[in-house]
Design a protein around this ligand. Structure first.
Ligand SMILES: [Zn+2]
Length: 311
């Protein structure tokens, strides 16, 4: 089995005419149902993240600022980041899913989990929301793992955009290693090869910038080599994936020319790493992907790979 986290309340995060829309998740959910993949998973219940847990990553002022926007009936957290009346509650439910998944995987209830959540998280900084993201779901999940005694977490971020928020949150922390392959140069502007961490965290960040137009073969060879090398140095006890699917060639705001099949080898590669170092423990969480059809097909092959890796 694999744990599958989804709640229809994620559709209530209304963003208006925006690429990060409820239709993304609707399409994923109907695709998984059509393929019968959802029925092969265990779908646990969970609670929204607690404030004390949120404070493990985010500043009090940031949380209060977002709550203020929501209480006033909604608004914008930055030029592209919409907050509706209920968005902050839904963001807490999203972050809670990742933390719950980490907890269950560490307890051994299951070795793998996929969190189909929105809003996404990897651009959110400790001090402010950014790039469609309110709270940094994956960073909160990594923090939950540290709180439960894990000493080395590896976050693999294959979203087409650099996960600047996640990188910044753990930039000086050797316990949470961050690997990102992303289009370059591109939004948000960070993620150069020479950004490798600082202080005790030096060497625990690995960025693989990829130019638009790079062939799928070259992308695959590069990511495989870099990720295998990095994982061998980190030897993680838990692997987390910032699973964005906006590197797909038909993505309207991303694209690195990838096809749906590329998310199969990316999934298998990351599963192999989890198997080699982390007793197979892997928690994946949805980030970007803005062509709902390509997104739904890509998520389906990703989940299928997770299920195929079941013992
Ligand atoms: Zn993205």
């Amino acid at each position: 089995m694999t744990l599958l986290y989804y709640d229809p309340r994620f559709l209530d995060h209304h963003t208006g005419d925006h690429p990060e829309c409820p239709g993304r998740l609707q399409q994923i959910v109907s695709q998984l149902a059509a393929n019968g993949l959802d029925r092969r998973c265990c779908q646990p219940e969970w609670e929204p993240i607690r404030r004390t847990q949120l404070l493990g990553v985010h500043f009090e002022e940031q949380i209060a600022h977002l709550e203020g926007i929501a209480q006033q009936g909604g608004g914008q957290a930055d030029s592209v980041t919409v907050v509706s009346e209920v968005s902050v509650d839904i963001a807490k439910l999203a972050a809670g899913a990742v933390c719950n998944a980490v907890g269950r995987v560490l307890k051994g209830e299951d070795s793998k989990a996929l969190c189909l959540v929105r809003p996404p998280g990897h651009h959110a900084l400790a001090e402010r929301a950014m790039g469609f993201c309110l709270f940094n779901n994956i960073a909160l999940g990594a923090r939950a793992a540290l709180d439960q005694g894990v000493e080395r977490v590896l976050i693999v971020d294959w979203d087409v955009h650099h996960g600047n928020g996640t990188q910044a949150i753990f930039y000086n922390d050797p316990r949470v290693a961050f690997f990102s392959a992303h289009r370059w140069p591109f939004y948000p502007g960070t993620g150069a090869e020479d950004e490798t961490g600082t202080g005790d965290g030096l060497g625990a960040t690995r960025n693989v910038p990829v130019e638009f137009g790079t062939s799928r073969k070259v992308y695959q060879e590069l990511v495989r080599r870099e990720l295998e090398d990095f994982a061998a140095r980190i030897k993680p006890e838990l692997v987390l994936i910032s699973a964005g699917f906006d590197a797909h060639r038909s993505d309207p705001i991303g694209s690195l020319g990838l096809e749906v099949e590329d998310f199969i080898w990316l999934s298998q590669l990351t599963l192999e790493i989890a198997e080699t170092y982390a007793a197979g423990r892997l928690v994946s969480t949805l980030e970007g992907g803005y062509n709902p059809t390509a997104l739904a097909e890509s998520v389906a092959v990703h989940l299928e790979a997770l299920l195929a890796a079941d013992p």
